[in-house]
Design a protein around this ligand. Sequence first.
Ligand code: ATP
Length: 297
Amino acid sequence: MKTIRVEAMAKINLGLDVLRRREDGYHEVKMVMQTVNLGDTLILMRKEESGITIRVDHEELPADENNLIAKAARLLYEYCSIPEGVEISLTKRIPIAAGMAGGSTDAAATLVGMNRLFGLGLSDERLKELGVTIGADVPYCIQGGTMLSEGIGERLTALPDVPEAFLVIAKPEINVSTKYVYENLHADRLKSHPDIDGMVQAVRQKDLSGITEKMENVLETVTEKEYPVITRLKELMKAEGAMSSLMSGSGPTVFGIFSEKEKAETAWEKVKESGLAPQCFCTTFAPRAQTITEEKE
Ligand code: ATP
């Protein structure tokens, strides 16, 4: 039976602005998204008997229809009337409820992987249209790389790859609900907004300092106020030589960007020693959200 292995990468937000709350409750955002080399592994296997089976190696995650992988698989089954079954096994590495789109990238990887496994021939555009019904970040995670994301996250503009840099990513031992953070953000009362247009220009000019100077996330006004560990992590990374450090998405994950590998590795050690963040990684930017390999059983 044919097997597909997909590495599904996480994202960070280099910049995140919320423009307003719409009448329907959704928030209009303007963000610069960036894929990072930190990912989950999904193994998709074709089965003769029909049905969707999910295997998950993490006790915090549902292994039933509530898993975003199952939702994505179900969506394709209904859209394409696939006659055979599929078994999907997830090895989870991306921190959960962390502001790194872990669930969305798994859902996107399922759509992309099943498209390949069953030879469905769907375009990325069609996969994005299907994916947005699962979550606003799923369309971005179909492709990944560096992108400007607008609307509720579905209006995407691909940008050139950012210059090479080294990242320390730290997730403190608290789980933050994205819904809670957005509900407690008062977009109309924000005193300042990030210069997302300036950041896009810096990305186009391949100017790493220009990018890091403009790093700002308005959701810090909610999450950082509640959890001082975020401020401590940002300060620790800066003290260790980060060009800048920021909370990703709705948090609580913090990342620092370093121009030199050695500095990033020292900072990584210091963050681990500090005990502030049990999940801590040293990595780089990635140009795509998935890498796919086909394997034969
Ligand atoms: P975002 O950055 O898009 O807000 P997040 O990193 O804050 O995402 P996720 O890790 O995607 O949050 O998970 C949010 C919730 O979704 C979790 O509480 C989890 O139970 C549920 N969930 C369902 N399927 C998955 C999955 N495959 N991976 C992670 N979470 C999942």
